[in-house]
Design a protein around this ligand. Structure first.
Ligand code: SAH
Length: 407
């Protein structure tokens, strides 16, 4: 059974129409619509002109891989062998593929395991256990991923798009606009690269494996719906068809694209959903998360609770605490009232100020009081450990400081 993945094997869905960085508002919404309605023949000229990332094994489901392999004149079972090399052994080096005939190795790896990302810069802190990589894609687009090793887990924070069209004013990525969607394989490759570093013992703490993935790097994952769904299948499919990471350990974070949240619930992927709320009231949220002008707080939360009901998973509510903007105790109470009784968990993130920003984080005591207020409403709440501040850990900051996004 070939799934929809195979249909998009030639590359990712194209990004939202309009010139990249055309600004906030409804552009990303149009992007969602184009995912649904435009086939390859329905692309705008600007979209059609943008070259697509090379096709990669990780863009394809197992049936698509078998078709690709037989299309090269190889027996179908080579697809499984190749999958094991990539997803289980984390290699694309033909020399290591000793179970394949020498003739086939080079050709299969060149055709189905092309190099997709090259590391442009690498920064680390927390004694080497937080590592951020700035990647350059085949077309010069930049994206970032972050590996964070904790005593009990290793989390990789991945990008789903180069840039972002959502224009949240406190987020570095939001300032630069959208360059393009990443392909499923470009997303997966960020995790595979982290896995290689861990397996090779390049991260302090001894050899290890990636246990968690969060879609909290650059981009709005649900605006790259097909690319992200395909990547989620690769990430959660058992070894050797995929990376075998547990669904509950994968978190998709969204600004709140309501139709896409509902669609995600129906995929039965049961990954963890995080909603970037940042304000309990529409007046403020319209400003902090511009897509709120299209889908209001009530509609976003309604979709979130449907997701929780469908998956029986606690939905994370993300709230970046910004001094004198959204950190008032009355807003904590308003948020507490909105969320109480639901299957949720609140994650407070003290703002990581972006260069030149007029906004900053509240004092730690204020964050603690805000958290206490929510807890008084019976809500589980954490104040996020803000790793990687000194390496521009916040979303998009490394790419922003490198003056990059290509147009
Ligand atoms: N577009 C998605 C995922 C990427 S951002 C989303 O918005 O959810 C991941 C999280 O980091 C979001 O909650 C986002 O609002 C938050 N974030 C972005 N910039 C930040 C900053 N400067 N300080 C604190 N949190 C930030």
């Amino acid at each position: 059974m070939a799934s929809r993945d195979s249909a998009s094997a030639g590359g990712p869905d194209q990004a939202a129409p309009g010139s990249p960085g055309a600004g906030p508002g409804l552009m990303p919404v149009a992007g969602i619509a184009s995912n649904d309605t435009l086939g390859p023949g329905g692309l705008t000229q600007a979209q059609a002109r943008r070259p697509r990332p090379p096709r990669h094994l990780a863009d394809l489901d197992p049936a698509g891989r078998r078709a690709a392999v037989t299309g090269l004149g190889e027996p179908a079972f080579r697809a499984g062998q190749l999958s094991r090399h990539y997803f289980a052994r984390l290699t694309r080096d033909p020399a290591e593929m000793t179970d394949l005939p020498a003739r086939s190795r080079e050709r299969l790896s060149a055709t189905l395991l092309p190099g997709l990302l090259s590391a442009e810069r690498e920064l680390s802190c927390d004694a080497g256990t937080t590592r951020k990589t700035l990647w350059r894609a085949f077309d010069g687009a930049y994206l970032e991923s972050v590996l964070m090793r904790y005593p009990d887990r290793v989390t990789v924070c991945v990008s789903s798009q180069a840039g972002c069209g959502m224009a949240c004013p406190f987020c570095a990525t939001g300032q630069a606009g959208l360059t393009r969607n990443l392909s499923a394989a470009e997303i997966v490759e960020q995790i595979v690269a982290a896995g290689r570093a861990l397996a090779a013992g390049r991260v302090p703490g001894g050899p290890g494996r990636v246990s968690n993935v969060v879609f909290m790097g650059m981009g709005e994952p649900l605006a790259n719906y097909r690319g992200v769904i395909s990547a989620l299948r690769r990430i959660t499919d058992p070894l050797p068809d995929g990376l075998g990471i547990s669904r509950r350990s994968v978190t998709v974070s969204t600004v709140g694209l309501v139709p896409a949240i509902r669609r995600l619930a129906a995929e039965e992927l049961a990954v963890t959903l995080a909603v970037s709320l940042h304000a309990p009231d529409d007046d403020l949220r319209d400003e902090l998360v511009p897509v709120n002008t299209r889908w209001k707080v009530a509609a976003v939360l309604d979709a979130a609770w449907s997701y929780a009901a469908a998956t029986r998973r606690r939905v994370s509510i993300e709230y970046a605490l910004i001094r004198d903007v959204n950190d008032q105790m009355w807003r904590a109470d308003m948020l507490g009232t909105l969320l109480s009784g639901q299957l949720t968990h609140v994650n407070l993130i003290p703002l990581n100020p972006t260069p030149g920003s007029r906004w900053t984080a509240p004092e730690p005591e204020v964050a603690a009081r805000f958290a206490g207020r929510l807890a008084a409403h019976g809500l589980p709440v954490t104040v996020r450990d803000t790793r990687g501040r000194e390496i521009d850990g916040a979303c998009g900051q490394l790419a922003a400081s490198s003056q990059v996004p290509i147009r």
